[in-house]
Design a protein around this ligand. Sequence first.
Ligand SMILES: Cc1cc2nc3c(=O)[nH]c(=O)nc-3n(C[C@H](O)[C@H](O)[C@H](O)COP(=O)(O)OP(=O)(O)OC[C@H]3O[C@@H](n4cnc5c(N)ncnc54)[C@H](O)[C@@H]3O)c2cc1C
Length: 894
Amino acid sequence: MPDGMVAARASESTNSETQQIDVAVVGAGFAGLYLLHRLRKAGFSAVVLEEADDVGGTWYWNRYPGARCDIQTIDYSYTFDPELESAWKWSEKYATQPEILRYLGFVADRYDLRRDIRFGTKVTAATWDEGAQRWLLTTDNRAKVSCRHYIMATGCLSAPKPPEIEGVKDFKGEVYFTSRWPHAEVKLAGKRVAVIGTGSSGIQAIPLIAEQAAHLTVFQRTPNFALPAHNGPAPADRLALLEGDHAGYREQARWSLGGVPWPQQTVVSWQLSDAERRERFEKAWATGDLIYILTQLWADQAVDADGNALLADLIREKIRSTVHDPETAAALTPHDHPFGAKRPCLDTNYYATYNRPNVTLVNLRQEPIKAITSSGITTDKRGFDVDVIVFATGFDAMTGAIRAVHPIKGRGGKSLSDVWAHGPQTYLGLTVAGFPNLFMITGPGSPSVLSNMAVSIEQHVDWVVDRLTAMREAGFAAIEATDAAQAGWARHMADCSMLTLHRLANTWYTGANVPGKAQGVMPYTGGVGPYRSICNEVVGQGMLGFRLTGPNVPEQCNDGEIVRLQPDVRLVLNMLAEMKLPPLESFGSQGARDFVAQFNAARPAGRPVGEVVDGTLPSTDGPLPYRLYRPATPGPHPIVVYFHGGGWVLGDAQSDDPFCRDMCRRTGMIFVSVGYRHAPEHRFPTAAEDGYAAARWIAEHATELGGKVGPVLVAGWSAGGNIAAVTCQLARDRGGPQIAGQLLVCPVTDCTFDRPSYNDNVTGYFLTRSLMYWFWDLYSSPADRADPRVSPLRGKLAGLPPAYVVTCEFDPLRDEGIAYADALAAAGIAVEQLQARGHFHSSFTMVDVVITGVSGRARMAEAMRRFAGLPQEPRQGHESVRQGLPREVDAAAN
Ligand SMILES: Cc1cc2nc3c(=O)[nH]c(=O)nc-3n(C[C@H](O)[C@H](O)[C@H](O)COP(=O)(O)OP(=O)(O)OC[C@H]3O[C@@H](n4cnc5c(N)ncnc54)[C@H](O)[C@@H]3O)c2cc1C
């Protein structure tokens, strides 16, 4: 629509009086347009206030050469109206900015949206009027707006970051910002051009600017990973998927992790040979799809530094093979962050551009910019005379546009800037406690920039408009998040941030690109589908975490925390719940063993260790099997005698194989997993006596096993933790073996079933109370249960080896584990505890499934090394990815 027409329509709402409206929306991008459409359909009076002179948001402002989307356009589109979908055809796999802007204009026309948009109107401040229960918005243009609900659709990437360089005003040439590119053609032909910044915008613009400019000098502070877009028509295979089942394709996107329907990868990097990994990588490189390469190569690429490094190295190889000058190639190669931790870019000829004779790369890490002068840019080594400077320096992301409305005064006159002084605090990324009836679309704390934003925007808009509709029907006038819900969301966000590698990069995701900005991962890293299910759950639980009030209805406040489980534990438990499995005990003992074996076969294979040896060791009634895990490092190593879990009834070396491998790698010790005999065939005290006998034999045969002679250590999980604890008591009382330390993970320690954790976690966390009763009944008769060989809490505790006791919040065995640790401490034993928040009984043994268990296992390994008198090793995996990085915040422990 021509600007003149916009002005004519906008003037209809011009008056000096305050405009009274149900809902005011700020921003007319993807989010604002859909909001207006939905609000109108729901019968709300609404106005959109937009600083720009037309619709489009991001696509209105970012007109620089090469500006395109980097999610395939068939995915980066509205999906709310199938008729709209069939009315518009994209011309390319990745549409250009003009085409996306045309699309948004087409949408605005199709739903006649412009008549309720006040263009050229910037919202400058907002105040909540407690008495009227309304927001008053101040604008830089025409009437104020009084509204019941205030929705900020102001964009995650819409507040440009000001340049941090002295002297911009002195420069006599032309200055452009990619984020505010002029509407008129910018002529660069024959000019000496400087581009400052090599983020997504810079990487898109540089190849096209180089084609026009006499000379292009690129000033790069931080190299980014860029991948070839291989643009062209939309790929036939993706189109066929979409057209084959339109609704199904869209629905899959809504429940996916990134908002694009790719399945979740299950194969982990160490299951693939070098050649297989390379083949997958080359296919991805040729595909030219950001989400594909970010998610489809191997399952550990985004969550584990080692899995990630394999991929990052392959990309680095591509950069070296493309860029002819080795020094330029080295400068362009990122080494300071895991691949994907910072938004990777999609490019067309980016790296090859540096082979052109008219392009120079200046590495600001080696020669920082000193100043911009009247004629160009000087670094601390040289000067560059240029005619044009292009700033591609990015955005004050996620919070910039929200905080630019200043002040936003909530209840009691509290300012949002003050509340967010140490970083954004939100509930669901949608609302802020203390700011009733204020919503943010794709706000900090929601998947937003880590997703296909078209999908995330639709989800937010639908959720908000549905809530407003429900409130109206129930007679509520105000909605506000509670402090408890918001604090819980902050905890959940922190837990989620441990799932991925995003926290390990200095990036605009964390606020690191803006001097003085509070640091922390701002987008929700738990994924689009899980986030959607949480939002739905909030509603399903009676608007959990919200206070709803109205003039003629009683207040409703169902306060609480929506996610108390670790995010990956939640996923595992949801998946189990969906399987609607009968109780394990209903299978009978052999059936339960078969089921568990089948279940375990579906888990990722354990990680490689130096050697795995199966053998047998003697016991009173014949040989017992064992499996030995030897580290890859030169021995001899200390030996850990390990007892698997399974309620004395189930389990074997295979069931705890990933855990033993992981602990072998982390501790640098030999783990010998003992195949003790099971109930009901072998009841109490067989497991305990087998365990003790095995520990004794292993200690006596340390040399033969290739281990270090001297004290052994013991470890066990669940019933195995019970056997480990009992073995320590028997070893003390029966003259050996010497035990240097005990690791008890969620151990059974007592036959009392009335501690709170037995009642708090009756069902829902896989290990149920009735399953525990079943295990106890199969293993021991009530008359035997007070025997310390099955209830070690009832034994003598003095003189035992130092212990590390792990308990999980959502586990019936939690309190008896804590009781054992406390009793050990009271008996003078050196004991450390890890009380793992948000975890369940199997969290630490579901290696590579429950990613948030990593830091807990790292602590366990540190304790074991202390017990064995070994020096501490730097933490493995994603904990040691960045040199100089502070020690991990431990998601697992409070
Ligand atoms: C170059 C570029 C490429 C991108 N490519 C992709 C992609 O491929 N896939 C993807 O998912 N995302 C992409 N994004 C992210 C993109 O921002 C979102 O996809 C989407 O366009 C955001 O829509 P929005 O409506 O939430 O915000 P925006 O499009 O940013 O719109 C916000 C609007 O609010 C207005 N506004 C802000 N503050 C005020 C105020 N105080 N008063 C009045 N008006 C105000 C702004 O003028 C703006 O028009 C890209 C971003 C950029 C910059």
